[in-house]
Structure formats: structure tokens, C-alpha cells
Design a protein around this ligand. Structure first.
Ligand SMILES: Cc1cc2nc3c(=O)[nH]c(=O)nc-3n(C[C@H](O)[C@H](O)[C@H](O)COP(=O)(O)OP(=O)(O)OC[C@H]3O[C@@H](n4cnc5c(N)ncnc54)[C@H](O)[C@@H]3O)c2cc1C
Length: 392
């Protein structure tokens, strides 16, 4: 083992390099100064103001892993995780917009895009274009490869027909990675990924969902009616869309773990502050051991979630196997976020149950962490498969 590697290994997972530390500070300041004042309005109006999205582009957090030659920050996946965590500490909706952009869309183009596709799309994705990732349909969620969206080969282009459901960022996005089957007879081996621009003929964005949480994040249906997609916009190989979907989601779920760490952390900080301010029986409620123990438990759950998430991200960046660790991070962090936010509502007592205080929103926002990018049961299946091999 080299000295550097030995030194590296002795560092705690939460130890940040200078770059990581300063990137995180910049994002934390942005979240406090620019995002926090808008959070309640965004939730109420179910919309993220375009100026805020533009500010994310200006900050360089929409193209974290995009190489510098294409206008991105040329940074690591771990940096995306830090950014998503920091944003989610203040607002989970903006966090997921940035998460999908980096961990799914940019990531997929980085791994499977041709040089031509990178040159055409990266400068836009790093500076102005929001991206979206469209796999799910009304009839295929967990059973993602049962998708019915069809792509017909017309030589120099494909024609895509079908509908996608639940697509995050669809209201804002200019570029969509759309999974469609070119040969249903081949089952999942017909699934192909396409880069679809919003302006392509035959493409439209349908109904927007009215949701329990992450209300400002857009979640819409996509309608493809003979949508004409040039052959040059096939991402990866024809018939390899299933591989792209599995592999990007394996990585993407680390980002959802980070989102859940941030949500739990944000709610927890509110709980700590409130417990020190609120007096009952003549003293702050934080002086009651029962409250202290509850807060200590929550702090431990958040720390464990963060360690699982950072570890999965660091494994991914060093090229080591991370599939089990990523699923564990999302599984654990989303459960912890549910528990933490629920308990913080209780710390606030009756006030926690009202919209005047911020904690009910954290409680609503966390729930989706156990649903998207693979439900809790799907994470358990991934973990079981990894630990039992082919038996599971
Ligand atoms: C807010 C939001 C944003 C989303 N964003 C996107 C997006 O950007 N792109 C995209 O492609 N999709 C997106 N999705 C879709 C999301 O990934 C799916 O909702 C999710 O995969 C679950 O699919 P489903 O809703 O069809 O539930 P189902 O698959 O019908 O599952 C229902 C229940 O059955 C359980 N279940 C299903 N099969 C099994 C099994 N074999 N064993 C045990 N339990 C099982 C599940 O765990 C779940 O509890 C989003 C969803 C939401 C809510």
C-alpha cells in the first residue's frame, strides 16, 4: 500500500477535502440566503421560480461532473451528494431538481453518450437546460422493464409512441432521457434510451401531479405521439437501455440517500432550536431527559445515514463495487428521515402540526424517499440479491 493510500484510508468518511469543504460552504450559503426565504412560497405555489434555477446554473451545481471543457465543474459524484444534502437541508424540491440533473441525466450522458452527444448537450446542461429522466409509466413502476412505450426504427430516426408518468423536472426540462422498447418481442433486451428534446415534433408534457410532498418539484406525464428522434440521439446502444436504466439508478439512489440525510438534518436542526426555546414546567423542554434521549437517538440515525451515503458515494468515485451500499444508504436514510421528521413534529407539540412552522413540510417531503428510484421493497431486493447471489 502506498503512503498516500494508507493516509487516505485513515481519514474519517466525513472528512472533506479543501475543495469539498469550500464547495459545500458555497452551497450552504446559497441555500440559506437565496433558497430559504422562498421555501414556503414554493411549497404553496407548487413551483420553483426560474430565477432560482438560473442561480443554480450560475453556481455551477447543474453540471458538477460535466468536464470543464464542456462548461461543467469537472468534479466528483461525491460533490453532487454534498450539494444535494445541503439543498435538501433547506428544501427537498430544489434538491431533487439538482439531483436528477447530476446523478441521472448528466451521469448517463457522461457514461454512455457519444463525443458528439456530449459536445451538443453538455454545454447546455451545464448552463441553461434542465434535464429529466423518463423510465416509469402508469403500468410499469417497480416492474420497470415492462414498459409499453414503443420506438419504431425508421432508418435515420426513430418514432416514439407512448406515455411516461411521474417524470421529475418535466415542467422545466429541455432534455429528456426516454426509455422505449424497439422490439417488445425481445423483452427487456429491446429497451433503448433516447435523448429527446422538448421541441421534438410529437413530444409534449402532460398533467402535473398535485403531491403530498416535494410540491415545488414538478412531476408530470410525458406524451409521445410518433415523436421523431434522430438516430444520432440514441444513448448507448440500441437494446441496451435496460443496462443504462439499472446502472444509472444504482448511482442515482445515492443521491436520494443524500436528499434524505439533508431533509432529516434540516428538520433536526429545527427540533434542537425549538427544544431549547420552548418552556414547560418552568424550564426549556430540552432539559427533560426524555426529550434529550429522543434527540440523541435522532442524531445517531442521521449520522448513520450520512456515513452510509458518503461511503457509497466514495466507493462509486473510486470505481469500487457500491450497489449494495447504495441501496442500503437509500433504504436506511429514507427510513431515518421518516422517523426523524415525525419525531421533530412531536417535539414541536401542537405547533408542529401547523403550517406556520417548518417541520410539517419536512415530514411531508421525506415520504417520497421510500418510493422513487426504487421503493423500499426494491432496495431490500437489491440488497438480498447482493448478499445471497443468484439465489435471491
Ligand atoms: C414524486 C415522484 C417523482 C418521480 N420521479 C420519477 C422520474 O423522474 N422518472 C421516473 O422514471 N420515475 C419517477 N417516479 C416513479 C417512481 O420511480 C415509481 O413511482 C416507483 O418506482 C414505484 O413504482 P409504482 O409507483 O408503479 O409502484 P408499484 O411498482 O406499483 O409498487 C406499489 C407497491 O408494491 C410494492 N411492490 C411492487 N412489486 C413488488 C415486488 N416484486 N415485491 C415486493 N413488493 C413489491 C412496492 O414496493 C410498493 O410498495 C417518481 C415517483 C414519484 C412519486
Amino acid at each position: 500500500m502506498t503512503e498516500t493510500l494508507a493516509a487516505h484510508r485513515s481519514l474519517p468518511l466525513t472528512d472533506l477535502s479543501e475543495d469539498e469543504h469550500s464547495f459545500r460552504s458555497v452551497v450552504r450559503d446559497f441555500a440559506e440566503e437565496k433558497l430559504r426565504p422562498l421555501v414556503s412560497r414554493m411549497d404553496h405555489e407548487a413551483q420553483i421560480p426560474r430565477e432560482l434555477i438560473d442561480a443554480c446554473f450560475d453556481l455551477g451545481i447543474m453540471g458538477i461532473e460535466i468536464p470543464e471543457k464542456h462548461g461543467g465543474a469537472g468534479a466528483t459524484f461525491f460533490m453532487s451528494v454534498l450539494v444535494v444534502e445541503e439543498l435538501a437541508r433547506v428544501d427537498a424540491s430544489l434538491a431533487v431538481l439538482v439531483d436528477v440533473q447530476n446523478t441521472l441525466v448528466n451521469n448517463a450522458v457522461l457514461r454512455w453518450g457519444t463525443e458528439d452527444q456530449k459536445a451538443r448537450y453538455f454545454p447546455k446542461l451545464a448552463s441553461a437546460w434542465v434535464g429529466a429522466y423518463a423510465l416509469s409509466e402508469a403500468g410499469s413502476g417497480s416492474d420497470a422493464f415492462a414498459l409499453a412505450c414503443r420506438a419504431v426504427d425508421k432508418g435515420d430516426h426513430f418514432e416514439l409512441t407512448g406515455r411516461k408518468l411521474w417524470i421529475t423536472n418535466a415542467a422545466e426540462a429541455e432534455l429528456f432521457i426516454v426509455m422505449a422498447n424497439v422490439d417488445p418481442g425481445k423483452g427487456y433486451k429491446g429497451i433503448t434510451a433516447f435523448l429527446v428534446e422538448r421541441s421534438f415534433p410529437g413530444f409534449s408534457v402532460g398533467k402535473k401531479e398535485d403531491k403530498l410532498g416535494i410540491r415545488a418539484s414538478s412531476t408530470c406525464e410525458l406524451v409521445l405521439e410518433g415523436c421523431r428522434v434522430p438516430r444520432a440521439n440514441v444513448l448507448g446502444e440500441v437494446g441496451k437501455g435496460y443496462k443504462i436504466a439499472i446502472e444509472t439508478l444504482n448511482e442515482g439512489r445515492i443521491g436520494i440517500g443524500a436528499q434524505m440525510v439533508g431533509v432529516a438534518q434540516g428538520a433536526f436542526e429545527c427540533g434542537i432550536k425549538y427544544a431549547q426555546e420552548r418552556s414547560q414546567f418552568g424550564k426549556p423542554i430540552a432539559e427533560f431527559q426524555a426529550v434529550q434521549f429522543q434527540l440523541a437517538d435522532l442524531a445517531t440515525e442521521i449520522e448513520a445515514s450520512r456515513l452510509l451515503t458518503y461511503n457509497a458515494a466514495r466507493l462509486r468515485d473510486m470505481g469500487a463495487p457500491f450497489i449494495k451500499e447504495a441501496a442500503m444508504a437509500k433504504l436506511f436514510a429514507s427510513r431515518a428521515a421518516e422517523h426523524v421528521t415525525s419525531k421533530v413534529v412531536e417535539v414541536y407539540g401542537g405547533y408542529g402540526f401547523t403550517r406556520e412552522y417548518p417541520v410539517e413540510k419536512y415530514f411531508r417531503d421525506q415520504k417520497v424517499g421510500q418510493i422513487y428510484e426504487g421503493t423500499t421493497n426494491m432496495q431490500l431486493m437489491v440488497i438480498a440479491k447482493q448478499i445471497l447471489g443468484k439465489m435471491a
